[in-house]
Every structure is written in structure tokens, then in C-alpha cells.
Design a protein around this ligand. Structure first.
Ligand code: SF4
Length: 359
């Protein structure tokens, strides 16, 4: 059982502390854990009073991840849960595009993001106007966008995808007879999916690339954008080789937002939930996760018998804005509420619904 469920049932701060200490005692200093347990206890009590639920992304800091979320997971898993929630309030402990997704999928609920601006370099890399220009350059070509984008981009999209189902979405569209797909906005995810599905990557003229001139009659093509994740793009082949030199028996797992040459050097590539499951299910002497560092702590809290190496110099400044303190403020003061134009949400929802149907 995810440890947060037990903490949420605690009848006192002391009991909450004891349960959190059991899983986090080796990760979070005791004096800090006492303060966190008190805040978590208040959040869990208020959450029940207000009929709220908390969704926590896998990148949340360990004290939060292990105490207050009703559900934890990756973008895809949390999108599915937010679509069917009947809570009055959904608090999204993640970044803004995720909270927007929850609002789009469940527009009658109040959706709160505990930090006013928890952004994302990928989401900031593209706008709805960019997508409209791409559609002019490639008329009739279906648009797939990674869920890491804002509502205006989703509204211009045919099908959304996440790192958990990006390959399935591309395969689905090629199987329907499409030869080219606008695959936006993450350049590295596009390369990694292209390698999986045997497609060629082409950059649009809009970005100075060859555009349609580079698409041959028998090609399968993913048309790429220039976005990157500011965390995952920093991992290098040298990082993997250096770790393997010191610990040759390390199993290396990479998120598909990492560069293609890095993914090629790894033993496994998948979404954050895929990585969590891999470490839980596959025995190895030790693991290295090429992703946001907090996730390693959360996996160790759940699997204390597993040994994880850490490369913690690359952190997500956006995910790190979400704290237990801010989550309590969000719940107490109903902030920061996500507001989106209803017509825009209707258009964006269609692309999310197609994603949830495909896989
Ligand atoms: S880890 Fe990367 S993709 Fe995820 S929110 Fe941070 S910047 Fe965006």
C-alpha cells in the first residue's frame, strides 16, 4: 500500500509522524519530519472536511508524496483519475499543465495548483499560434502533442500523448494510414518514439528545417518541434559511462525526454510510473534513474531493500515549487484556482479524450 494512505488514516500528529518516520526516517531528518507530519495531519483533516482530493506526481518531494496524496502517478495515470473524480476540489501537486489537464477533463470541479506559477520548459516552448502555423505548413497532417503543454496548444491538437503512451499513439495513427504526424513539442521524445516506430524525424521550415521537401513517398515521418525538458536534457552519455565504470552492475533507467544517444546507452526507457514499476518488479544490484531526483527517494521509501544511485544535480525548479506548506495554504484559502475559457476547454478535451481512448 502507498504509505500516504496509512498516514491519512492517522488519528493524531504523533501517529502521522510515526508512520512517516517508518518510510522516510532514512531520507528526511527527524526534526523536519516532525514539522512535516504536523502539516500533513492538518491537510488530511481539512481535505476530508472540504471533500477534496490530492493528486501527487511522482516527482513530489518525499514528505509530501508519502503523506497527503490520495493518488500518485505519472501524467497519464493522474489524468485518468482526475477525469472520473467526484470530489468538490482537486488539488494538483504537480505543475500547471497537469492542473489544467485535470480542469479540462473535469470542468465542474474546482482545481487548485498550490504554487501560482509551477511551469515547465516543454510547455513554455510552444503556443497555440505556433501549432496553427505548423498546420498551415503541413495541411491535413494530424497533430499529436505531448500532454506537457498548455490548454491553447491542446485545443489545436488532434490527439494528446504522454511518455507512457506516445509510441502507442504514433503507431495508432500510422496504422490508420497517415504517413506524417506533427509530433510536438519535445524534440527528444520525438526522436525516441521515431526510433521505436521506425519513422524519420523532420524539422519544419518554420524552424529552418527542410519541411515537406524531406518527406519521400514511402517515408513514415514525425515532424518535430524544438522543445526540451530542462531536467532530462542535461543527462549525458558520459554520466552513464562514469557511473557504470564505478558500479558496473548498475541498471540504468532513462525517461524518454532524455537525448536519444543517452536512451540508447540505458537498460530501460519509460514513463515515471514505468520506472517505478521496473524497480519494484525487476531485481538488480542497484539502479540509476535518469530523471528528477525526488523520484529516487520516493522509490526507496516504498522499496527500502532497493539500492538507488543518485544524480541529483539536475532538479526541476517547477516541480520543486510544490511543498506541503503551499498545499495547506491552497486548501485553506482555495488557491490558486485554475480558470480556463469553456470553449477552449471543449476543444482541448477532445484531444485528451482521444488519448485516453487509445491507451
Ligand atoms: S521535469 Fe521537465 S518536463 Fe517535467 S515539469 Fe520539469 S521541466 Fe517540465
Amino acid at each position: 500500500m502507498h504509505n500516504a494512505a496509512a498516514v491519512q488514516a492517522a488519528s493524531s500528529v504523533e501517529e502521522a509522524f510515526r508512520l512517516m518516520h517508518k518510510s522516510l526516517g532514512r531520507i528526511v531528518p527527524e526534526f523536519e519530519l516532525r514539522m512535516k507530519a504536523e502539516i500533513a495531519f492538518r491537510i488530511n483533516r481539512l481535505k476530508r472536511e472540504k471533500n477534496a482530493i490530492i493528486l501527487g506526481h511522482n516527482y513530489m518531494e518525499p514528505a509530501l508524496y508519502n503523506s497527503v496524496p490520495d493518488h500518485v502517478g505519472d501524467s497519464l495515470g493522474l489524468a485518468r483519475i482526475s477525469a472520473r473524480s467526484d470530489a468538490d476540489i482537486i488539488i494538483f501537486c504537480g505543475v500547471r499543465f497537469m492542473a489544467e489537464t485535470a480542469k479540462i477533463l473535469n470542468p465542474d470541479r474546482t482545481v487548485l495548483l498550490p504554487a501560482r506559477e509551477a511551469g515547465c520548459s516543454l510547455a513554455a516552448s510552444i503556443t497555440g499560434a505556433d501549432v496553427r502555423r505548423l498546420k498551415e505548413e503541413f495541411p491535413g497532417v494530424p497533430v499529436v502533442t505531448y500532454v506537457n503543454c498548455y490548454a491553447d496548444v491542446k485545443a489545436e491538437t488532434d490527439v494528446c500523448c504522454t511518455s507512457g503512451n506516445a509510441t502507442a499513439v504514433a503507431r495508432h495513427l500510422f496504422a490508420q494510414g497517415h504517413r506524417a504526424i506533427l509530433f510536438l513539442p519535445d524534440a527528444y521524445l520525438t526522436q525516441n518514439v521515431a526510433a521505436e516506430v521506425g519513422a524519420k524525424v523532420v524539422f519544419p521550415r518554420l524552424l529552418g528545417g527542410p519541411g515537406a521537401d524531406a518527406i519521400g513517398p514511402d517515408d513514415r515521418v514525425l515532424i518535430s518541434w524544438k522543445g526540451t525538458c530542462e531536467v532530462h536534457e542535461q543527462f549525458s552519455v558520459e554520466d552513464v559511462e562514469t557511473v557504470r565504470k564505478q558500479f558496473p552492475d548498475t541498471v540504468v533507467l532513462a525517461h524518454p525526454e532524455c537525448k536519444r544517444e543517452v536512451v540508447e546507452k540505458c537498460d530501460y526507457s519509460g514513463s515515471t510510473s514505468g520506472m517505478v514499476k521496473y524497480v519494484r518488479d525487476v531485481d538488480a544490484p542497484r539502479y540509476l534513474l535518469l530523471t528528477e531526483c525526488s523520484m529516487g527517494d520516493n522509490i526507496v521509501a516504498e522499496n527500502p531493500h532497493r539500492e538507488l544511485l543518485r544524480l541529483c544535480s539536475h532538479r526541476c525548479p517547477h516541480m520543486n515549487q510544490i511543498t506541503l506548506e503551499d498545499t495547506l495554504d491552497a486548501l485553506e484559502h482555495n488557491r490558486y484556482e485554475i480558470h480556463l475559457d469553456p470553449a477552449l476547454m471543449d476543444r482541448a478535451r477532445a484531444s485528451l479524450d482521444r488519448m485516453l481512448t487509445i491507451g
